[in-house]
Design a protein. Structure first.
Length: 284
């Protein structure tokens, strides 16, 4: 009786007969070769993914899985959702730009000048002083940093620090203009509100290590003063805080507690400023 041993070749060469060769073994070999060749790529892909650690076969497997995932129901919707998220992020950035404190300050002083006239600012020049100190001066830090190479090299942090310095300088200049130039009570309340807000923000930041939102502070303060001076109808402006809060959280700029505290600081600062002007300087 003839005997033989059959060995499987996992590299895809098929089956080799060891011992006596026979026609039966040859037929078996010819039948096994196509099957082994067809199965070999599947074996390589399946075994490479868990153990290759990012090799070529692993990448091919990932690409295949990505193509298969895109064929699943709802895959196009998920891709569209990703595009929608990008659009929302861009909208959040645009909203933050349109509601930065200098722009809201411009809106505030203009609305007060239109609504109250000389009771707000005794002369047009006083209105333009407010525009310069509260709106123009704070943003001059950015073109200055862009124009001076040594400042530009220090990056975004230097820009923001210089903008804070320019803002405080503007608030102090405005207060001095109002005090020394015979400004109205509203002017003093206006500038003192900004100074006290900045002082409270600094206190929370440096003493308590709590970063209140200056953006929320710059939005709620103007509408608090407009509501106080022009009527309760301006309270509707506080609804703007909803998208401002949402955009800040979406972009990861602030937590909700930081946004709420920032909005509350400007309202508290207005209250304190009004008390100071009415009690300490009643004749102004």
């Amino acid at each position: 009786m003839r005997s033989f041993v059959v060995k499987k070749d996992v590299s895809g060469e098929g089956f080799a007969a060891m011992g006596f060769r026979s026609s039966r073994v040859l037929r078996l070999r010819r039948m096994a070769l196509p099957a082994a060749a067809a199965l070999q790529p599947l074996v390589l892909d399946d075994t490479a993914a868990p153990f290759a650690g990012g090799g070529d076969h692993n990448k091919k497997g990932e690409n295949k899985m990505e193509r298969m995932t895109m064929m699943l129901p709802g895959a196009e919707d998920r891709a569209g959702e990703s595009t929608c998220q990008k659009a929302r992020r861009s909208g959040a950035k645009l909203l933050r730009i349109l509601t930065v404190p200098p722009i809201l300050a411009l809106f505030l002083v203009t609305a007060l000048y239109i609504g109250m006239g000389k009771a707000a600012f005794r002369a047009p020049i006083r209105y333009f002083e407010a525009v310069f100190t509260l709106c123009v001066l704070p943003v001059l830090a950015y073109p200055l940093c862009a124009a001076v190479p040594s400042l530009k090299a220090r990056g975004r942090k230097t820009e923001r620090s210089l903008a804070i310095v320019f803002s405080l300088l503007g608030y102090i200049m405005g207060t001095l203009f109002a005090l020394l130039g015979g400004g109205t009570q509203l002017e003093l309340e206006l500038y003192l509100t900004y100074i006290i807000s900045g002082a409270l923000m600094g206190l929370f930041s440096f003493a308590f290590k709590f970063r209140s939102s200056g953006h929320a502070c710059g939005v709620s303060g103007p509408f608090a003063m407009l509501s106080y001076k022009l009527g309760a109808a301006w309270l509707i402006g506080f609804l703007l805080l909803i998208p401002v809060f949402s955009s800040s959280i979406r972009l990861g700029r602030h937590r909700l507690s930081e946004l709420i505290s920032g909005a509350a600081i400007s309202v508290a600062a207005l209250f304190v400023a009004v008390l100071i002007v009415k009690s300490i300087m009643p004749a102004v």
